[in-house]
Ligand binder design. Structure first.
Ligand code: SF4
Length: 789
């Protein structure tokens, strides 16, 4: 398996003397024999080796961390040289994710300007508040480093550098108060927090205060987890997110959990190639491979037995781990933590008890609703929010959104109708008592909320006929006896969710309902027989696992950005039905992660009038949860793509009804890479979220075309290269806006994770080139438009 993560040691000494440091204070002493700083020659050879490796394995991206000791001691010029050499060595089409991990003490404006210029993201070590940080992170003369690190973080949060802020790394000391540590870290507004277990082995077990229970590290982390969950999980925490993900069968975000094969190699300042740094805790010389960048390729290092063992997944674990119920989440913990003299690494983690308790407790917690104060109660669990942040959202998460929307719709309809005490309102209230399911079906109808919002906004203040229509539709669904006066709009009497009846020449009519059907003058609509020929029912399309309404009767359906189509003729209905069947099959095959949520939440497709010049047009509407409007596209694959795209808007709109993801006071306009006009922050967020599905769709098409040439394959590769570049760009614009709430930042992190599989699909140099040209053209168009504005 090729490497994709590289730790490049640019300096081997440190200006702090932290007593918990695994580089200087643990078993391995090799640091004392290493060059102080990586020379030009080492940097050049390292960049060359990484470039060679990326080329050989056609890697779409490599991740390089500039590390130490303290990497800032290498100085700005050496760091610049490292960044330039790495970038120059990579083949076209291979992205560079370049980061630096620093203790922050020397971090100043000059470094940050360099990092902004070179696109280097910054992770900073901080162990919590001053008390916690001073336990270990001191200068050699015993002075505190805390104030200097906080000053560096304040600089990093300034608008011009904020996008470089990668997160905080905190080594746990269970003597510290977990909540105080967490709050101190959150106060620094990091985009992510990493809690690290202090390195330990069976020879040197983890330190625990006297009187601590058998699992002090789990207890400490679980206290943080509870506090974090109760506050709505405002910032991603890598260890918790990894447990949540692995519990759902997904990959871990850290090598210290899960069964994902290790794909990391370390380059020391003298060019020697080593295994993970954490092995320094095991025994002197443990990380060594005997290889170096001058004489050996990275493929040779990948064949080293130690590397292979760390890539062998379940088979490489001790028998106790292989039989463990949480092994897929735990993965035996960090490899280094399994070491015992005499038995090597064939043991469970020295943190086994802690890991078992941590994972099983979190497993039990995530299936319960997030515990939040009553006034802020939200219907989504933490796991739901995670799924949705990644761009997906399974049936449970989408059903929870649907329940919240139903409640919202109920409140809005109440606000419109309750005050008047009209016969329509009385019928609604009666139906709520006798047939609540029938009323819910009408309240959950997408255009009920759209109507209520219009009424409350004054647009239809005088038109309360909609309330009568809703009440009659609900009572009719409940097979209740009723009599109600309904409006006749442009010759039609409407019953939302059921259909409409042609009644020319009147402005209102009396509708009577009963167990057998409806009667209106001489017209009848029977529940179990063919209705009056003037009755036009809402037509349903039944697909495997999904039934949806093709809405072409509701007078409120004109709620989308484009005009609704008229009632479909029989031939058009047949055409739509066939296209939806085909599109649904494609969604199940190409976007299974999205399809399940669509089936759970998309109840209505409203045909739109053809777009200008025959363009494909489609739109969701914030006030019409569960519906998308689409003009019949020419092909089923386009229909599949539009369904997936628009349902992303539907989901995100429902999330935004519940949670603040951004600061609404931010009135700036932002560049959306796919449009020439600037967008408000919510518009950019909506577009980005929708394009996650677009990138996933094209990634699936490209995978299907693997090894196949031809126009369709070429077009798919270009589409993927373009859309994933646009989406990645937009995610970073959002993350760098400084206007996301902590939960919004969590969404941005989730979107990055959601986009990662699409970014990992190789498309070839030609597609990358074409995409770069397309992206550059889009940027030029935007700049041109900006100059004219
Ligand atoms: S909890 Fe213990 S036994 Fe289970 S996988 Fe982890 S280290 Fe192994």
């Amino acid at each position: 398996m090729p490497f994709s993560q590289f730790v490049l040691k640019v300096h081997s000494r440190c200006d702090l003397a932290c007593d918990h440091c695994y580089v200087y204070e643990h078993a391995d002493t090799s640091w004392s024999r290493k060059a102080r700083a990586a020379s030009d020659e080492v940097l050049e050879r390292t960049a060359g080796r990484i470039g060679e490796h990326a080329r050989t394995h056609r890697l779409p991206a490599v991740h390089v961390v500039l590390h130490g000791g303290e990497p800032l001691l290498a100085g700005p010029e050496r760091l610049r040289r490292a960044a330039e050499l790495l970038r120059a060595a990579l083949p076209a089409g291979c992205a560079l994710d370049l980061r630096i991990h620093t203790n922050g003490v020397l971090l100043n404006r000059r470094f940050l300007e360099l990092f902004a210029e070179q696109g280097i993201k910054v992770g900073v070590s901080l162990d919590g508040d001053r008390l916690a940080n001073d336990r270990h992170r001191l200068f050699p003369d015993g002075r505190s480093s805390h104030a200097k690190v906080l000053a560096a973080l304040a600089l990093l949060r300034e608008p011009e550098f904020r996008h470089l802020y990668a997160g905080l790394l905190c080594t746990i000391d269970v003597a510290n108060d977990p909540v105080a540590v967490y709050e101190a870290l959150v106060a620094e507004r990091p985009p992510r927090i990493d809690f690290l277990l202090p390195h330990a082995t069976w020879d040197h077990p983890p330190v625990a205060p006297e009187g601590a229970g058998p699992t002090p590290y789990a207890d400490w982390l679980l206290a943080v987890h509870r506090h974090w969950s109760e506050r709505g999980r405002p910032v991603p925490v890598r260890i918790f997110d990894s447990v949540h993900r692995t519990l759902r069968g997904r990959s871990s975000l850290t090598e210290s959990l899960g069964l994902d094969p290790a794909d990391l190699v370390v380059v020391e300042t003298d060019g020697t190639l080593e295994q993970a740094d954490s092995l320094k805790t095991a025994y002197d010389g443990a990380p060594a491979t005997g290889f170096d960048v001058f004489a050996h390729s990275l493929d040779e290092v990948a064949r080293h037995p130690g590397m292979r063992e760390r890539q062998s997944g379940l088979a490489g674990l001790a028998a106790q781990c292989r039989a463990c119920p949480v092994v897929r989440s735990c993965g035996g913990g960090l490899y280094a933590h399994r070491y015992r003299t005499g038995g090597g690494f064939d043991h469970p983690s020295v943190y086994c008890g802690d890991l078992l308790k941590l994972i099983t407790t979190i497993r039990d917690r995530v299936s319960a609703p997030v515990a939040v104060p009553a006034q802020q109660r939200r219907p989504l669990t933490a796991a739901h929010l995670d799924e949705l942040a990644d761009g997906l959202g399974g049936p449970d998460a989408v059903a929870a959104l649907g329940r919240a929307q139903l409640e919202l719709s109920r409140r809005l309809v109440t606000a419109v109708g309750a005050a008047g005490g009209s016969p329509a309102w009385q019928l609604l209230a009666e139906t709520d008592r006798t047939a609540p399911g029938a009323l819910d079906a009408v309240l959950a109808h997408p255009y009920t909320r759209a109507w209520a919002v219009r009424c409350l906004g004054g647009e239809q203040r005088a038109d309360l006929g909609g309330l009568a229509e809703l009440a009659a539709a609900a009572a009719a669904r409940g097979r209740a006896e009723f009599e109600l006066v309904l409006p006749v709009r442009a010759g039609w009497l409407h019953l939302p969710t059921l259909g409409r009846l042609r009644l020319d020449g009147r402005s209102e009519a009396v509708l009577r309902g009963g167990p057998d059907g409806l009667r209106c003058g001489e017209h009848t609509v029977g529940w179990d027989r063919a209705g009056d020929h003037l009755w036009q029912p809402v037509r349903k399309v039944a697909l495997p696992g999904w039934t949806l309404a093709l809405e072409d009767t509701d007078p409120q359906r004109d709620s989308h950005q484009w005009p609704a189509a008229d009632r479909l003729a029989d031939a058009e209905l047949l055409d739509w039905t066939g296209a939806l069947r085909e599109a649904w099959e494609l969604l199940g095959r190409d976007l299974p992660g999205y399809a399940a949520g669509i089936a759970a939440g998309l109840a209505t497709v409203t045909p739109l009038a053809p777009g200008p010049d025959g363009r494909d047009v489609s739109a969701a509407a914030r006030q019409a949860y569960g519906a998308v409007g689409i003009a019949r596209p020419t092909t089923a694959p386009v229909l599949a793509l539009l369904l997936a795209h628009e349902f992303q808007h539907v989901k995100l709109g429902a999330v935004l009804d519940l949670y603040d993801l951004y600061d609404p006071a931010d009135e700036r306009l932002y560049r959306a890479p796919w449009r020439p006009d600037p967008r408000p922050l919510e518009g950019l967020l909506q577009g980005t979220y929708a394009h996650l599905a677009v990138a996933a769709y094209w990634a699936s098409r490209v995978r299907a075309y693997d090894g196949i040439r031809g126009d369709a394959a070429t077009a798919a590769r270009r589409q993927l290269a373009t859309w994933r570049a646009h989406t990645a760009d937009a995610i970073e614009t959002l993350a760098g806006s400084g206007s996301l709430t902590p939960l919004g930042e969590r969404f941005a992190a989730g979107m990055r994770t959601g986009l990662a599989p699409a970014l990992a699909v190789p498309v070839g140099a030609a597609a990358e080139r074409a995409a770069r040209e397309a992206v550059a053209a889009d940027l030029a168009a935007w700049q041109g438009a900006a100059a004219r504005r």
